[in-house]
Design a protein around this ligand. Structure first.
Ligand code: ZN
Length: 507
């Protein structure tokens, strides 16, 4: 206490200033602590608000796995404002971006440049993505160099069901009737090896499959009448469009024992495939006819198709379709031929409804796979020889027993190479044409060996087709008349397992 009494006034003032300073520092420290705490709370609160960003990101990665794009735009706004969240999104976004680019470039590979450019532009951040910008510029350059093809310069090839086993398909026996069948098979059929060689050679020569529907623009007037105008198809220099159809994809009873597929089915991968029974009677599933063979060729060579186009599958009805016995004759057991009766006898558990259900399931699968169906007339009739009564009856049978299974069609491919009008008739004035047009048919195909046979009238597309079968191959290789040289080298396509006896080809 004595020392206290010794304090001078000066010292008292100094101590007072020191106390005041300590108080000020303490207040400042408290304020700082409060400020820091407030900042931490605000940051935590903001992070909590932005937490719902995650679900849309998951959605986008799920959808990109199924091949669909579209990342919700709110994700980009949120992710751009917070570095920490961008780090968690980026890998998923990157996967989506790569898949979206791949999907866009497949469109370009199949000659849909506008679709590809639009798909690239739709990718999130495309306008500031130098890689995407360069791709879009490259596609614009490719697009500006395309060559337009008039539909009148498009060739149309067709095949029947393929012969898997030439030894059985072309076998000659002591039976005259069997040998008539053999001659038919030699002329009308193509083997699996020949089909594969034709596809490869046409691909190597720059051919690109287009759809019949790519050749025309269709509009429907107020009376429901469909009008057609030519459509130009654009392809790169060096590419040439063609159309393909498959006749009689019904696996007729007359094909039994000829080494062809027995029917089309839905494969384990959900795509169309074939059943086939070999010479030893062992059943197989696989690429035993044009549809799965072409599909797998296209998988490996996607630039063989214009915008995913595939062929047109022409069906009759009298033996059912696609290898299923769906006709009313089997159901009602009426008007049966000997082979139909034999088939029913061999299949006592046959159920017409179940057979139609199975056929429809396969037809749906084939359509979903990119193919279209056509009428080949119900009874494989000779359209030129048939009278109106016969044509009406036949057309109604097709509409009643085939259309419900395939979902209807506006394409008719005439059988026996006939056409509904002769060369000097005005097509649209023919009574048969007017009837078929009234029944909803817009596209009419015949058989013609010339390179191009295309007429587009106001009410129709009429097109000739070229058979790439034993008849044409034999004619080209042994008959001194090569009418397929624009498409293939016939000598290298001709199957060495095919017989070369002239009488089988009736040239
Ligand atoms: Zn036919």
């Amino acid at each position: 206490m004595p020392e206290q009494r010794k304090l001078t006034k000066k010292e008292i003032r100094r101590r007072k200033r020191q106390r005041e300073l300590r108080i000020k520092i303490t207040i400042l420290v408290i304020l700082l602590v409060v400020l820091v705490a407030a900042i931490v709370l605000i940051v935590r609160a903001r992070k909590k608000e932005e937490a719902p960003v995650n679900p849309p990101v998951q959605t986008s990665s799920e959808s990109s796995q199924t091949g669909r794009e579209e990342i919700p735009s709110q994700t980009s706004a949120a992710s751009a404002s917070d570095t920490e969240i961008v780090v968690t999104i980026e890998p998923e976004q990157r996967t989506g971006r790569d898949e979206q680019i791949a999907a866009a470039m497949l469109k370009a590979t199949q000659y849909d440049y506008d679709g590809a450019i639009a798909a690239l532009a739709a990718i999130e951040g495309a306008d500031s993505d130098s890689e995407i910008i360069a791709m879009m510029a490259d596609l614009e350059t490719q697009k500006s160099a395309l060559v337009g093809f008039s539909p009148t310069e498009i060739t149309h090839i067709f095949f029947h069901s393929l012969v898997v086993d030439p030894a059985r398909g072309f076998s000659i026996t002591d039976s005259d009737s069997w040998n008539n069948g053999t001659a038919g098979f030699c002329q009308w059929m193509t083997t699996v090896d020949e089909f594969n060689a034709i596809m490869q050679q046409m691909y190597d020569r720059g051919y690109v499959i287009v759809s019949l529907y790519d050749m025309v623009n269709m509009t429907t007037d107020e009376n429901g009448v469909v009008h057609l105008t030519p459509n130009t198809i654009y392809l790169p220099q060096g590419k040439t469009p063609f159309v393909m159809s498959l006749d009689d994809t019904c696996y007729y009873h007359s094909y039994d024992g000829r080494g062809c597929a027995t029917r089309l089915i839905v494969g384990e991968d959900g795509r169309p495939t074939c059943e086939y029974v070999d010479a030893e009677g062992v059943g197989h599933v696989g690429d035993y006819d044009c549809i799965p063979l072409f599909d797998h060729f296209l998988d490996a060579h996607p630039d063989f198709s214009y915008r995913g186009a595939k062929g047109t599958v022409a069906l009759t009805g009298y033996n059912g379709i696609l290898g299923y016995r769906t006709d009313y004759c089997y159901r009602d057991r009426v008007e049966l031929t000997a082979d139909q009766q034999a088939w029913l006898d061999a299949n006592p558990n046959y159920n017409w409804e179940a057979e139609c259900e199975a056929a429809k399931r396969v037809a749906d699968c084939i359509k979903a796979d990119g193919w279209t169906f056509a009428s080949h007339t119900w009874g494989h009739i000779r359209i030129g020889d048939a009278d109106m009564e016969w044509l009406r009856t036949d057309t109604q049978k097709f509409k009643e027993y085939v259309d419900p299974l395939i979902g209807g069609t506006d394409i008719i491919i005439f059988a026996h190479g006939q056409d509904l009008a002769s060369w000097n008739e005005v097509y649209s004035e023919s009574e048969k044409f007017q009837y078929l047009k009234s029944q909803g048919y817009n596209i009419y195909c015949n058989v013609d060996s010339s390179q191009y046979f295309v007429q587009i009238g106001d009410l129709y597309l009429r097109m000739g087709r070229r058979n790439l079968d034993g008849y044409r191959l034999y004619e080209a290789v042994y008959g001194g008349n090569d009418r397929v040289s624009d498409l293939i080298d016939a000598a290298s396509v001709f199957d060495p397992k095919r017989p070369t006896d002239a009488w089988l080809y009736e040239l």
